[in-house]
Design a protein. Structure first.
Length: 65
């Protein structure tokens, strides 16, 4: 991986925090339980992203964006 310019924090950590913050917001606002959010991440995007990243997933669903 080549980082094109300096940024505070590791990219992986920044993405992780964004997901956790949104999860906490959804739980706090009553949209989902903590347990169900965990299931969505593990069984949904987690299993998908183990094989291809988010941009590859978008391209698979709609070629060229």
């Amino acid at each position: 991986m080549i980082v094109k310019m300096e940024i505070m924090g590791f990219i992986l950590n920044r993405l992780h925090i964004a997901l956790v913050v949104e999860g906490l917001r959804l739980v706090d606002q009553g949209y989902v339980s903590g347990e169900d959010f965990e299931k969505v991440v593990k069984d949904g995007i987690g299993s998908c992203w183990a094989f291809m990243g988010p941009f590859e997933t978008l391209d698979l669903n709609a070629p060229n964006g």
